[in-house]
Design a protein around this ligand. Structure first.
Ligand code: ADP
Ligand code: GLC
Length: 482
């Protein structure tokens, strides 16, 4: 199986996609699937693969795409990788999608068109690579043209799977890019890549893949509706027969409070009192008063509308008065970055904000916070709430997507049943969030009850074991049906 994605941790990661591209293939290999990953050779990837073999040179007839080399190496976890080396397109600063000022790269259609094209070429059998997969598994809009190229190549030996990690990003470009992307004119149709007069990479994946998945069962239902279908709900509903929701997992070796090198003190379900050392380390690191008289709320997030953190800003005063401290790590939307920085400067006793991407601090927040906050408007799966459950840091989440599938609201019944592991609210409003935060803070004060809640969350298995099995079954069914 060839797994194609725009991100691959630890070399390139802006969110959950990079993490999944690293951990799912590793889990699949452990389950016996011969999987290789295809990513662009960004600067960091070239650096990591220095000295790697060049296994193919890809020059497209007609010059639709610039020539590229294919490098072969392996991830730190030992998963074989092909990297598309075309420095003019990929060896840039910034992140995979934007320049340092946050503007999309103007040639993103070519950058991800080439990635999609090479994914399809490898799947079709590329001279120089003595390996042909049965399945091409593409992820998000960046590789959405992969299934389209396969469709128009009209071959029988390879099937495609397309996973939607984030339906809000669709890769929409002017219709006249069709030529540059070397797609046939007939692809530009309602039942093709055309979307309101433009070309949509995401729609291409949804339209042409043999099977579709998204990253939680609840989100698989949500995206067939108007509200969270982002204009593609009707098409997804039509394709519901081939769409499944498979909950993401994570690497329990990397996110484990008993072995995590980023923590001030390690702990497990039996030594939860040791978690306190991480709270004080986090408070010191963020220059917050070191106290256990009030709970510390933690946030690690991309700062975008999706994540609903404007709701938290709207109740910041009430949160301070609960009382509670707040530690935010995030980057993205410049207005949100500014508002969190202003909040932290105005109330340094209660609020701290670190604007940026910091893997080590993310781990310390998961361990050092008492309560993790994730008020997302939509959340296809979400990894952070799963990490927080594992770290004994009960999350406050909105009932959407993977949050609804992983967090069980705490009440008398769920506590008695031993299933309660966090706090869930429904309406995406500041009042809804505040009410859930209040319940969490009240529960935190009852230390025995809190311990129980923490242990319930820590017991769950969020590894890839179940999810990898589901993907294996899906691949097998596609190959058998071929
Ligand atoms: P999304 O993919 O929508 O951003 P997820 O919860 O699936 O949301 O995954 C986010 C991943 O990115 C997690 O591994 C999280 O720890 C990480 N992350 C997000 N923002 C930051 C940040 N500012 N610093 C460090 N890690 C971050
Ligand atoms: C997306 C989603 C997130 C999911 C991640 C990995 O970025 O926003 O919910 O966990 O992809 O699938």
């Amino acid at each position: 199986m060839l797994f194609a994605a725009a991100e691959l941790a630890p070399w390139m990661k802006t969110g959950g996609l990079g993490e999944v591209a690293a951990t799912l293939p590793a889990a699949l290999r452990a389950a016996g699937v011969d999987v290789r990953v295809l990513v662009p050779a960004y600067r960091s990837v070239r650096e990591a693969l220095r000295g790697a073999r060049v296994v193919a040179e890809v020059t497209q007839p007609g010059g639709a795409y610039p020539p590229a080399l294919l490098l072969a190496g392996a991830t730190p976890a030992g998963v074989p990788v092909f990297a598309v080396d075309c420095p003019a397109l990929y060896a840039r600063g910034g992140d995979p999608y934007c320049d340092a000022a946050g503007h999309d790269w103007p040639d993103n259609h070519l950058r991800f068109g080439l990635l999609s094209k090479i994914a399809a070429l490898v799947a079709l059998g590329l001279p120089g690579i003595e390996w042909v997969p049965h399945i091409l598994h593409c992820n998000d809009w960046h590789t959405g043209l992969g299934p389209a190229y396969l469709h128009f190549a009209a071959v029988a030996h390879v099937r495609s799977v397309f996973t939607i990690h984030n339906i809000a990003y669709q890769g929409i470009f002017p219709g006249d890019t069709l030529d540059q992307l070397a797609l046939p004119p007939r692809a530009f149709a309602m039942d093709g890549v055309e979307f309101h007069g433009k070309l949509s990479f995401l729609k291409a994946g949804i339209q042409y893949a043999d099977a579709l998945t998204t990253v939680s069962p609840t989100h698989a239902r949500e995206i067939q509706g108007e509200q969270l279908g982002f204009g593609l709900g009707g098409l997804l509903h039509q394709r519901a027969g081939v769409l499944t929701g498979i909950l993401n997992g994570f690497d329990p070796g990397q996110w484990n409070p008993a072995t995590d090198a980023h923590l001030a003190q390690r702990y497990d379900g039996g030594t939860l009192e040791a978690k306190a050392a991480n709270k004080s380390a986090l408070q010191r690191r963020l220059r917050l008063p070191v106290t256990d008289d009030m709970p510390l709320l933690g946030v690690v997030s991309r700062l975008t509308h999706q994540k609903g953190l404007d709701l938290l800003l709207a109740v910041a005063r009430e949160v301070r008065e609960l009382p509670a401290q707040l530690a935010v790590l995030g980057s993205g939307d410049k207005a949100l970055e500014r508002q969190f920085s202003v909040l932290a400067r105005a109330h340094p006793q209660r609020c701290a904000a670190v604007i940026g991407f910091d893997e080590a601090l993310a781990h310390l927040i998961e361990a050092g916070a008492d309560i993790f906050v994730m008020p997302s408007r939509f959340e296809p799966c979400g990894l952070n709430q799963m990490y927080s459950l594992r770290y004994g840091t009960p999350p406050v989440v909105r009932a959407t997507g993977g949050l609804a599938d992983t967090v069980v609201d705490c009440d008398e019944t769920t506590l008695a049943a031993g299933t309660a592991n966090g706090f869930v609210f429904t309406g995406p409003t500041p009042q809804g969030l505040l009410a859930a935060l209040r319940r969490a803070v009240i529960a935190w004060r009852d230390r025995a009850r809190w311990r129980q809640l923490q242990r319930n969350g820590m017991r769950a298995d969020f590894s890839w074991r179940a999810g990898a099995q589901r993907y294996c079954e899906l691949y097998r069914a596609l190959v058998v049906a071929a």
